[in-house]
Design a protein around this ligand. Structure first.
Ligand code: DP6
Length: 328
């Protein structure tokens, strides 16, 4: 089936146990397992129509015909989908984010989850969710997790063909409805993409092997904490995974640093709030924004304190969101 425009929405996800580094770049095999929560409010909305009259894919990002790296990655992802579905049709893609792009807010995760969901829908849904998760991983290592709402895991896998490196849902949001306050400290695009930063880290950081070896134990601790709703245990393992990811990249040569001064102030603030009894912890991705994960009862206090910190330009208060889904 073709010639039908399908629109999908996907939300960014925030990893509590981090993915950083690849075992292989063509299949995009992650060097670590990762575990995430999907957020509501922030969203990518993507429409796809396959059109027999097109001679190539036409990609619009935020309303503009795009010739960026990201549009090349979109074409590549559509090529994989065509290969798997034996489709020969090119697509018109229109994608928009309601939040800053490429600034450490997981826009590639929501972007590819929305693209794959819409494109599969526009072809008449030939692929199962597991196939979509494999395709999403190949497009971006964090994207498979955004196919799912609530809590998701991306398995590192051990097979060379990547067939066991997929994301799946661990729990729906209702299992433990944590909330997240995103503190935005700079909306500029980052100068080193995650992909480039990962490659640089793997090839030059002396801590690389230790980072990879920590993945199995960290995932096990985080899964146990989520299963029982142990906030303190989840706070400790999430902050440890975040700090270790930044440590391994900061030890690369030359060291990579995505934080700014406000990011560091926010780390101290979140830790002092937790010491004073507020149920909150932080995580930070490849960008200067800090995400404060908290219990619903503390979210208003967390948002107020983060929002009044110098250098914070905006806070966005999210609940856990749904997986990628078709909206028309
Ligand atoms: C820091 O999924 O953007 O957000 O696979 O190269 O597209 P590629 O990388 P990407 O990296 C995300 C890294 C992170 C941590 C995480 O989300 O687990």
């Amino acid at each position: 089936m073709a010639n039908k425009s399908v629109t999908a929405i996907a939300h960014p996800n925030i990893a509590l146990v981090k993915y950083w580094g690849k075992l292989e770049t063509t299949l995009n095999l992650p060097a670590t397992h990762s575990l995430s929560i999907t957020l509501d409010k922030l969203e990518t909305r993507t429409s796809v129509i396959f059109d027999p009259d097109l001679q190539q894919d036409q990609i619009k990002i935020a309303g503009h015909i795009a010739g960026t790296d990201f549009s090349a990655r979109i074409r590549n992802c559509l090529d994989q989908l065509r290969e798997q579905t034996a489709s020969k049709l090119f697509a018109q893609v229109d994608t928009t984010n309601n939040f800053p792009t490429a600034a450490g807010l997981a826009s590639s995760a929501s972007g590819f989850a929305a693209l794959i969901t819409a494109a599969n829908g526009a072809l008449g849904a030939p692929l199962e969710l597991r196939d979509l998760a494999l395709l999403a991983r190949q497009a971006s290592g964090s994207a498979g997790r955004s196919l799912f709402g609530g809590y998701a895991i991306q398995h590192r896998g051990s097979k060379d063909d990547g067939s066991d490196s997929f994301a799946e849902q661990l729990y729906p949001a209702e299992h433990w409805p944590l909330e997240v306050v995103v503190a935005i400290t700079n909306t500029a695009r980052k100068t080193t993409s995650s992909s480039a930063g990962m490659l640089h880290t793997a090839t030059s950081s002396p801590y690389w092997d230790n980072w990879m070896a920590q993945s199995d134990p960290d995932i096990a601790i985080a899964k146990a904490a989520i299963k029982t709703g142990d906030f303190t245990a989840l706070a400790e393992i999430s902050e440890a995974s975040c700090m270790a990811m930044h440590a391994v990249m900061q030890a690369a040569r030359p060291g990579l640093i995505y934080w700014n001064a406000a990011t560091v102030d926010l780390i101290h603030l979140v830790r002092s709030m937790r010491a004073s009894g507020i149920a909150v912890f932080f995580t930070i991705d490849a960008g200067p924004q800090l995400k404060a994960v908290c219990l619903p009862k503390d979210a208003a206090a967390v948002a107020a304190q983060l929002g009044s910190t110098p250098g914070v330009v905006e806070t966005i208060h999210c609940q856990l969101g749904a997986g990628a889904h078709i909206v028309n």
